[in-house]
Every structure is written in C-alpha cells, then in structure tokens.
Design a protein around this ligand. Structure first.
Ligand code: ZN
Length: 156
C-alpha cells in the first residue's frame, strides 16, 4: 500500500502498488517494488516490478535471470487482463515472466478490480488456468480502494 501511495493521482487509472517477494532471500525478502506509473509508458505496478527484474537480468545484476522458486507477487489490486490503452496486460506479463524466470506460483492480492474501466476482470481466472494460485488477503479493501481511486469522481 505504501507503493500504491506513490502513484500519480488522476482519474484515468487505479493507483496500485506491487511487490515481488522471495521469503528464502531472508536478508531482503522484498526483491522488487513497483507502483502505477513508476516507469515511463503508462505502466502498471506489477509491470514495473517485472520490468525492473528483467532489466537486472539483462544487465546480469542482482538476479541471474531466474527468480527463486518461492518468489511470489503481492499486488493491491487483482492483476489486469485487459487494458484500454492496448498495452500488454499484467496477466500476460506475469505469465511471461514466470515461464522465463520461474517462481510466481502464487499471487496475493487485496481487492478485485473495480468494474469502472473494464467491467469484469478475467485476470484471476486466467492466472488460475495457468496453475497460479490467486489468494485474496482480506481486511484491507477499504484502504486499498481509497488509495486506488483517489482523484476519481471529483467534478473538475
Ligand atoms: Zn495491470
């Protein structure tokens, strides 16, 4: 949620935060962080985590191009499966990163995507069809949505 709060405020997107976490990396389990709009090009939080991991892999930094098998993704909002911008969806990015770099067998998320932009998000279904568990962590919905929709629905 701290990541989501860094996202720019506007009414065209949800402000989302994401973390890539590897519990076996005991000294520093959070291996990558990301938030909506962090990297140039209308980026999503999950996408920023994955882009950073890919860039490090290409530059032979930090990860040797592979995630530890226990690497999981935390994201405040269910990963998207459709984007109005036509950019690659987070579901697609996650599936690709998983097949190239391993890990990512579980995704923890706090809320289903609100239907405002896309309608019903099929992201969870598609991830599960690929063998990834999607786990909802309850109790943070109100706070997550408050951050995600900040700047939406004011009349300016
Ligand atoms: Zn997304």
């Amino acid at each position: 949620m701290k990541q989501a709060e860094k996202a720019p405020i506007n009414d065209r997107q949800f402000r989302v935060g994401a973390l890539l976490v590897s519990p076996s990396n005991t000294s520093n389990p959070v291996i990558y962080t990301g938030y909506t709009g962090e990297l140039p090009g209308n980026t999503h939080a999950e996408q920023c985590c994955i882009l950073k991991a890919k860039a490090d892999a290409e530059n032979k930094l930090k990860t040797p191009g592979r995630f530890e098998e226990d690497t999981v993704l935390y994201t405040t909002l269910e990963p998207c499966n459709e984007r109005l911008s036509g950019n690659t969806t987070c579901v697609q990015n996650i599936l690709e990163a998983r097949s190239k770099m391993g890990g990512l067998n579980t995704i923890y998320t706090g809320v289903r995507e609100p239907t405002k932009f896309i309608g019903i998000n099929e992201g969870q279904k598609r991830l599960e069809a690929a063998g990834i568990s999607v786990v909802y962590i309850t109790g943070f919905e109100e706070e997550i949505l408050k951050i995600a929709t900040k700047g939406h629905g004011d009349s300016r």
